[in-house]
Ligand binder design. Structure first.
Ligand code: FAD
Ligand code: FES
Ligand code: FES
Length: 491
């Protein structure tokens, strides 16, 4: 028997209210089965293909924030108090001001550019492009790189991407249809807050979250649901009680003090990585290769850290940056280096009454001779999980290694710090011989396993090569021509 409060969201010009929605029902099932919005498709059911993409609108101090997300792995109750658009809504929403039967510029451009064949992926592309169209509020054509970024979570198996990218670049030249954001914000402000009770608990204050965590240690904590959603769709797990951390205002903020950047655990990955990239622009490629945009829009940094996957991408980076995780409970707060948080395969120090509250990252050192490089080795360039991830932060002083920290993923049961390799480098002259020896130490420091992503031998080999790559980059090689490097250097 479900004990949940009504689920209310703004959709097609009105507030929809649904009762008795189970706490673990997915947004996609709610849309297709309860609301008959069957334009939104189910492809993979695991956040990989983008066929289920919808757009969420949330009121924020900066105005209405629009985000494309995967509805297949998101829980329905998470959209309470938000606005929701599906592919059917672009010509049906009065806030978009289109006449009956009139296509939105995104849709018209896809038609004009012949960008759909079987059409199964098209609703997802339309929604990712709708969010992108709203973010790109100028008449000039968006550049190809930003289009590719916006579409990084959408797969098309038959049309090919060229006509779709053409459509994205053409849509802004068509007669505009911009969302009247004030209409949406006014409607959202009319949705009254509900008490925090029942089987889907969504507190808005940290003290309330900690009390609920202590009272309901068995409740499933959920943030962006990009890991938990797969447990529902693929492992058919059921959750009788869910504790959603995403509306806790203290956890949804990024703040900067003199010496640290504090990222709330519920900050979406996209925003968290943008903040990190502002401080370390060299992380941009790495950040863009974390999943695809809809996953980064929903998933959180705290979720990545709490989940503790040995192949997760944020942890090697956070280890190299010297970050600390702050845990909170009704008993108080405690903080520790990220690498000390993990005690075994998917096991951490998190107590049953604790939550991950913040990630504290030291601000970059302004001193010269700083290097930060993050390498992700995966089978696909976009939207893929790492086989190996290596992040190195290095500070050279008079050609010697004054400081070094190395985080590694995909090589042990937990995200790991390469302490022996750091020791082999610290204080040494930064030259090819020392780097070659350190690469050997790095290869021996871990005992990776073989799995579908890579063999143990490959992982071991590639680890050392990545350190060699860093060496070459510090010597001014930007494009690395492997044929020009001697076998000895690669060994
Ligand atoms: C298609 C796809 C691609 C992906 N690609 C990548 C990738 O490239 N790199 C990568 O590292 N990961 C990837 N992931 C995994 C996932 O997106 C990340 O792990 C993400 O950061 C999880 O965050 P979330 O907010 O969605 O967590 P959720 O799924 O909501 O939660 C994950 C776990 O963390 C716990 N949790 C969440 N927040 C807290 C908190 N504040 N306190 C205590 N416990 C908490 C939950 O109880 C749960 O056990 C991918 C996932 C998908 C579906
Ligand atoms: S159905 Fe494939 S991402 Fe949701
Ligand atoms: S049009 Fe068929 S999968 Fe894209």
């Amino acid at each position: 028997m479900t004990d949940t409060l009504p689920l209310r969201f703004f959709h097609r010009g009105q507030v929809v209210s649904l009762s008795n929605v189970p706490p673990d029902r997915t947004l996609l099932d709610m849309l297709r089965e309860d609301l008959s919005c069957k334009g939104t498709k189910e492809g993979c059911g695991e956040g990989d293909c983008g066929a289920c993409t919808v757009v969420l609108g949330q009121a924020s101090p900066q105005g209405l924030q629009l985000r494309a997300i995967n509805s297949c792995i998101r829980l329905a109750h998470s959209v309470d108090g938000l606005a929701l658009w599906t592919v059917e809504d672009l010509s049906a929403d009065p806030a978009l001001g289109l006449g009956a039967g009139q296509l939105h510029p995104v849709q018209q451009a896809l038609v004009d550019c012949h960008a759909s064949q079987c059409g199964f992926c098209t609703p997802g592309f339309v929604m990712s492009l709708f969010a992108f169209y709203e973010a790109h509020d100028r008449a000039d054509a968006p550049d190809r790189a930003s289009v590719e970024r916006a579409l990084s979570g959408n797969l098309c198996r038959c049309t090919g991407y060229r006509p779709i990218v053409d459509a994205a670049q053409r849509m802004t030249a068509l007669p505009p249809a911009r969302l009247d954001r004030q209409v949406v914000l006014d409607a959202l402000s009319q949705i009254a807050p509900q008490p925090v009770r029942g089987d889907y608990l969504r507190p808005s204050q940290l003290t309330e979250l900690l009390r609920l965590r202590a009272e309901h240690p068995q409740a499933q904590i959920v943030a962006g649901c990009t890991d938990v959603g797969l447990w529902v769709t693929k492992q058919h797990k059921r959750f009788a009680k869910v504790l959603d951390v995403t509306r806790v205002c203290e956890l949804a903020n990024i703040s900067q003090t003199g010496s640290r950047l504090r990222i709330g655990a519920a900050v979406p990955l996209e925003e968290a990585y943008q903040a990190l990239c502002r401080l370390w622009p060299e992380l941009e490629t790495f950040a863009a290769r974390f999943a695809g945009l809809p996953v980064r829009n929903s998933g959180t940094l705290g979720g990545n850290v709490a989940n503790g996957s040995p192949i997760g991408d944020s942890m090697p980076l956070l280890i190299a940056l010297g970050a600390r995780v702050v845990l909170a409970s009704v008993r108080g707060e405690r903080a520790m280096p990220i690498e000390d948080f993990y005690i075994g395969y998917r096991q951490s120090q998190l107590a049953p009454d604790e939550v991950v509250a913040y990630i504290d990252v030291p601000m970059p050192d302004a001193a010269s001779g700083q290097w930060l490089r993050a390498y992700k080795i995966s089978k696909r360039y976009d939207d893929d999980i790492s086989a190996v991830c290596l992040v190195v932060r290095l500070r050279l002083e008079d050609d010697r290694v004054a400081e070094v920290s190395i985080g590694a993923g995909g090589v042990a049961a937990t995200p790991a710090r390469a302490r022996r390799t750091e020791a082999a480098l610290r204080g040494q002259v930064w030259n090819q011989t020392v780097v070659g020896q350190a690469a050997q130490v790095l290869r021996q420091e871990f005992s990776p396993i073989s799995d579908m992503r890579a063999s143990a031998a490959y992982r071991t080999q590639v680890l050392g090569h990545l350190l060699q790559r860093l060496w070459l980059q510090t010597q001014g090689h930007t494009q690395i021509n492997l044929e020009a490097i001697s076998g000895e250097e690669l060994a």
